[in-house]
Design a protein around this ligand. Sequence first.
Ligand code: SF4
Length: 352
Amino acid sequence: MDTLVEKVRAGKRLSGEEALVLLEEADLLLLGQLADEVRRQRHPEPVVTYVIDRNINYTNVCVSGCRFCAYFRPPGHPEAYVLSREELGRKVEETLKLGGTQVLLQGGLNPDLPLEFYEEMLDYINGWFGVHCHAFSPPEIVYFADRSGLTVEEVLRRLVAAGLKSIPGGGAEILVDRVRREISPRKATADQWLAVMETAHGLGLRTTATMMFGHVETPAERIEHLLRLRDLQDRTGGFTAFICWPFQPGNTALKDLPPATGHDYLRTLAVSRLVLDNFANIQASWVTQGPKVAQIALFFGANDFGSTMIEENVVAAAGVSHRLAEDEIRRLIREAGFTPRQRTMDYRPVGR
Ligand code: SF4
């Protein structure tokens, strides 16, 4: 352990084996201290950033049926919906009134929507409101490509032409196909997820990366996930941030699994900061962890409080519902000893 601590403090890159030893064996507070040291080297200013945005789930219809998802409804279900243009417009207007700079658009894999639907949605939001569209996780892009008979690159070029500005890192879960076959067998594979991101980065789009852990994966598979992200970031530099959160089992087909603890969250977050040495920004997840653990996360490697999430539906469907307004986020950041700063998707400060 002493050798590993020295290696981290010397700024040397961790191997997968070393990261696994840290994840499984290191003392919690030692991990926090190391992650905090690395975070303060990268971000010497005592600033914690956040973004004002809203998650707009344009449809809950999905044919993927992921076992960890409480949000989707199959086609024809009485609760199935696709948002109308009026509903979309009202949500974007509300976001702008609250100082929002972007909307995050994500939906299920809906077999009834052609590629033109997504182009028109982007064109409408971008054209009428001029707001940054952070939209469509890699599994959605892969599905659009499959349905339209186009390549991923062709789909991305069309969406960019319609107003797509960046891509959220959703749908990564754990980027190991053994895990994906167990929890989401009909969704994009690990290679497909990474290929969408690599193609997007090649087209000049910035994206985020995520990890949802604490379900059927092993600790070694969590580390493999981080290494695959680090490899791609070495090649492209296109990821702006990494966000991880524990699986929320409520109302899902995996509801009998015990929920991950705050302890496990903080360990995984700290190890992520140590492994992802080429990621500038690591976000805390107050949406799943609540405000107190999110404040502690700022001392376990996180330098960003994520989004105000004016609207969030997916985690809420699993029975977890933390709500924070912008002034509460600013107060929590200040109380933790940092200066809050609003930012854009690509971490430019927003002056208001
Ligand atoms: S996680 Fe996404 S792809 Fe999977 S069932 Fe839910 S909405 Fe569909």
